[in-house]
Ligand binder design. Structure first.
Ligand code: UD1
Ligand code: UDP
Length: 371
């Protein structure tokens, strides 16, 4: 039997980390010819994320520009992925999550009548502008996908409520838990990149969301400064996103603070080590919300809404928004032991999501070939 050619598209750091175990699972199945396509929406951060999984893209469209606009990324991905699919002619395309790469790659496949499998389908905040533009990207991608790999039962319900055909949905767990558990078992000690955090207590902080650029990000940085002022034994480890407009805010507000360890984005093994070792996490990241529960860490979510309500229900996550007072008061409650970590398993999966996706995709494509 001819092998089933599948193009897996990745553009940004989280897509790389969450698609990596899927690529590995597809290869392990033996029936697929797996092509990993990078759009290059992210450059350094994409390769940094793929490296620990020993993955190198077969092709890279290399589209990234400094301070790129949404219009530019959308059109460059649509054109580049479209041309690639015309040459490659795969049986299916897999996309992940909710980035502009995800949405525009799915559209390029749809235009060529190539079935799209959406990994991490069905997440919804219910607010088209938060997170922006990710909520629109997910809704749009789900609408034009043929297969929906929902990470949770709640995501499945969201898809059904949106009128997606039930037979196209499979609840798999989130592939980030596959990546995380694999990485945790392979991490022994951190690299020199985070040596400055030392052996004492620290909090881990990341923020990069588009809707937080400007004043909200300043509030977040000021809240970290306040916390370090109140707790003199505490450090804050802050791996900064490479976006220059994000880095400049961290540097301006925390650059002079001894106990704020500002660094470049960490390699995934180091970041997993830091999540595991820290007291708790402050983040507006989607992936980090899921990973926190996988490591039984509490996470203060620096957003007003989340499309991952399971993290709130599980007791690991607290929605604190971007107000300086609220972040500081909730963080102090965690530090004072008033919000203890629950002892429940992650609601996002058991580490076998990618194997389920590979199996389901194989059945779907074999059936399609027969008909
Ligand atoms: C993108 C995604 C967001 C995702 C995030 C993960 C969209 C619209 N946004 O946001 O959903 O949560 O990635 O991190 O798809 N840059 C570099 N080097 C890199 C990566 C980025 O210099 O390796 C800089 C560039 O100046 C680039 C800017 O960051 O123009 C913004 O990158 P972009 O992908 O447009 O937006 P993100 O905020 O990273
Ligand atoms: N991450 C990493 N190094 C860092 C910060 C984050 O490897 O310095 C990982 C993190 O573990 C998670 C992913 O990057 O798997 C999240 O990416 P990001 O926050 O950029 O995007 P989002 O999840 O918000 O879309």
């Amino acid at each position: 039997m001819d092998r089933l050619k599948v193009v897996c598209v990745v553009g940004t750091r989280p897509e790389a980390i969450k698609m990596a175990p899927v690529v590995i699972a597809l290869r392990e199945r033996g029936s697929f010819d797996v092509v990993l396509l990078a759009t290059g929406q992210h450059s350094q951060m994409l390769y940094q994320a793929l490296a620990p999984f020993q993955l190198t893209p077969h092709a890279d469209l290399g589209i990234m520009r400094e301070r790129q606009s949404l219009d530019y990324v959308t059109s460059a991905v649509l054109q580049g992925v479209g041309d690639f699919l015309d040459d490659c002619r795969p049986a299916a395309v897999l996309v992940h999550g909710d980035t502009t790469t995800t949405m525009a790659s799915a559209l390029a496949a749809f235009y060529r009548d190539v079935p799209v499998g959406h990994v991490e389908a069905g997440l919804r905040s219910g607010d088209m502008r938060r997170p922006f533009p990710e909520e629109m990207n997910r809704v749009f991608t789900d609408r034009i996908s043929s297969l929906h790999f929902a990470p949770t039962e709640g995501a499945r319900r969201n898809l059904v409520a949106d009128g997606i055909r039930e037979g196209s949905i499979l609840v798999t767990g989130n592939t980030v838990i596959d990546a995380l558990l694999w990485m945790r078992d392979h991490v022994s000690s951190p690299s020199k990149a985070i040596g400055a955090v030392g052996d004492g207590p620290f909090i881990l902080v990341t923020a990069h969301r588009r809707e937080s650029w400007g004043a909200p990000l300043r509030e977040i940085a000021l809240s970290v400064r306040d916390l370090l002022g109140v707790r003199r034994d505490l450090k804050a480890l802050i791996p900064m996103h490479r976006n220059p407009d994000v880095r400049s805010v961290w540097m301006e507000i925390l650059g002079g603070e001894d106990r704020a360890v500002l660094c470049d984005p960490l390699d995934y093994p180091d970041f997993v080590w830091a999540m595991d070792r820290c007291l708790f996490i402050l983040s507006d990241s989607g992936g980090v919300q899921e990973e926190a529960s996988g490591l039984r860490k509490r996470v203060l979510i620096l957003r007003d809404v989340t499309e991952r309500p399971e993290v709130l229900d599980s007791g690991y996550g607290f929605l604190v928004g971007t107000s300086r007072d609220r972040i500081v008061s909730t963080a102090m409650r965690v530090l004072n032991g008033e919000l203890p970590a629950p002892a429940v398993a992650s609601p996002f999966g058991d580490g076998r999501a990618s194997a389920r996706i590979a199996e389901a995709l194989e059945s779907y494509l074999i059936d399609r070939r027969k008909n």
